[in-house]
Design a protein around this ligand. Structure first.
Ligand SMILES: Cc1cc2nc3c(=O)[nH]c(=O)nc-3n(C[C@H](O)[C@H](O)[C@H](O)COP(=O)(O)OP(=O)(O)OC[C@H]3O[C@@H](n4cnc5c(N)ncnc54)[C@H](O)[C@@H]3O)c2cc1C
Length: 310
């Protein structure tokens, strides 16, 4: 079987749980899974050593990993990553990296994998309207969407090798400004409640936040909402030109269900739609639909949740 290599997904400088999901995906594609951890401090790689199903961890140590630069990262990782099938996450940065790594190695790249069955990869195309099945022979790079594969547990124990590497930084990042928000990002959430133009005003998003706090959910938005209201940041946008999400539960409130919005969330496990228009396209994709204004539906949902959680 082909050797597999997972490029660890990092969140705020630490290995994120998505890495465990990538290990599960990698072990369905081949064997001898190695996890490569891009880091400036090799201790960051330690948690990868306990992921079950991992044969070896390589802490790829370099100053270039302090900030993302596609050229430098792909060069530095290419130098230390064994050959085989490389698996990355399908976050925007990791998809960029996947393409760069594939180009450096002159191998195929398959992006946004949502299923693996007998070595056949499924990926959505045409904004998710169709699913493409791809078989890969030999070395390649694939990116895998979050929340599809169950995460490997942390009962493993394997060797961690530290390798110094370097790359040529071509884009010098001057400053990273993170928008101050204590809220969970939609790309990391298992439950998302999103609002659209039907919310009427940005202040009404507080009703979504109230429910999000009860559910431990992130708050998302349609493009119409982020384009119309400055108070709703673009980082919340779900869809073709926003973020692709794949939560267990997606609640769409006052969102019509345009194809471009569906492109970012239609693979959610359960979709609930609240819309006052019974003919809104979102209902064709919803597992549960509530034909009502949000003004009617959200207070009921909120108090039901309070009773459930009491
Ligand atoms: C190239 C391109 C890329 C795009 N990318 C994206 C993208 O990434 N993400 C995205 O979302 N869109 C994207 N769009 C825009 C997309 O086509 C739609 O315009 C947009 O999704 C509509 O947002 P909406 O559903 O919030 O607004 P509307 O279409 O205005 O729908 C509002 C809905 O709210 C309902 N409503 C109104 N009042 C209430 C109420 N009180 N209670 C309950 N329901 C109510 C209405 O019945 C209606 O269905 C893109 C468009 C293009 C051309």
């Amino acid at each position: 079987m082909t050797d597999t290599i997972v490029i660890a997904e990092l969140s705020k400088g630490q290995i994120s749980n998505a890495t465990n999901e990538l290990v599960t995906a990698a072990n369905q594609l081949g064997s001898n899974c190695t996890v490569v951890v891009p880091c400036t401090d090799s201790t960051v790689a330690n948690p990868a050593g306990s992921i079950s199903g991992v044969g070896k961890v390589i802490a790829a140590k370099s100053d270039v990993f302090s900030n993302y630069d596609a050229s430098a990262w792909s060069e530095a990782l290419d130098a230390v990553t064994p050959s085989g099938v490389i698996v990355t996450s399908a976050s925007a940065q990791s998809k960029d990296l996947a393409a760069r790594l594939a180009a450096r190695r002159s191998v195929s790249v398959v992006q946004d994998v949502i299923a693996i069955e007998d070595g056949i990869l499924s990926t959505p195309i045409y904004s998710g309207k169709a699913i493409q099945k791809v078989s890969v022979n030999g070395n390649s790079v694939i990116s895998v969407r979050a929340n599809i594969f169950s995460p490997a547990d942390n009962s493993g124990n394997c060797e961690i090798q530290v390798i110094d590497t370097t790359g040529n930084v071509t884009t010098a990042l001057q400053e990273m400004v993170q928008r101050a928000s204590a809220r969970l990002d939609v790309s990391e959430a298992n439950i998302i409640i999103s609002g659209g133009r039907g919310m009427g005003t940005p202040a009404n998003f507080s009703h979504l936040e109230e429910i999000a706090d009860k559910l431990g959910a992130a708050v998302g938005a349609s493009r119409a909402a982020v384009d119309t209201w400055d108070e709703i940041p673009h980082s919340m946008q779900v869809g073709q030109t926003g973020k692709t999400v794949n939560p267990n539960l997606y609640i769409a409130v006052g969102i019509s269900g345009a194809i471009q919005h569906l492109a970012g969330m239609r693979s959610s496990k359960y979709i609930v739609a609240i819309n006052k228009d019974a003919d809104a396209p979102i209902f064709q994709h919803a597992d549960y639909g509530i034909v009502a204004t949000w003004e009617e539906a959200l207070p009921v949902l909120s108090s039901s949740l309070s009773n459930l959680l009491a």
